[in-house]
Design a protein around this ligand. Sequence first.
Ligand code: SAH
Length: 213
Amino acid sequence: MTDAAEQKMRFLYALRSKGVTDARVLSAMEKIDRGLFVRGLFADRAYEDMPLPISCGQTISQPSVVGLMTQALHVGPRDTVLEVGTGSGYQAAILSLLARRVYTVDRHRRLVREAQEIFRKLDLVNITALTADGSFGLPDQAPFDRIIVTAAAEDPPGPLLAQLKIGGIMVLPVGQSDAVQSLIKVTRTEAGFEYEELRPVRFVPLVEGLASE
Ligand code: SAH
């Protein structure tokens, strides 16, 4: 077996052993090469199950957390998904193989630009990446079947709850940035919102307003 094939096998094995068992999610994660989304110093660690630094002082999430969040989101082929926190673009690329359309926003225009380049290279034409403060959602494209937030807020932002369709699911980390946060799954029903706590996680904070670069 080549080194690359062995690396990929270990990567997928680590995902499964951490509870990522959904076949569609595993297949999407097999197809999207995480190595493309990690640049510079840390590029050779792209296939390890750990978060890594990216531009603008942000991080690409740990692959098993990406897998577990994607799995909890139950994305279907007709779904329109909003991601808040484009970062490297890795999570959006995986979602794009599972959903009809993905909108992803980040407050750093540089991250959005770099992610767009990779989406173009991979021909992921169903992703729209925009520079925006995602705490307000994306009112022009709302409502969404699925919303995923990859930065931690103290509470689920009201505009995001409002932009979720009935029957829709939102997965997000909540809690203070310096404390242990909880990954939460919110389901919108006819009667209101149901909350389920999934597991402890650690994410960079959701910050208000656009960044300077
Ligand atoms: N999903 C990413 C990881 C995201 S890291 C990946 O797959 O690589 C969290 C990202 O959230 C950072 O890039 C940060 O800039 C962004 N972010 C923080 N607050 C935000 C806000 N209010 N609106 C949009 N993006 C925000």
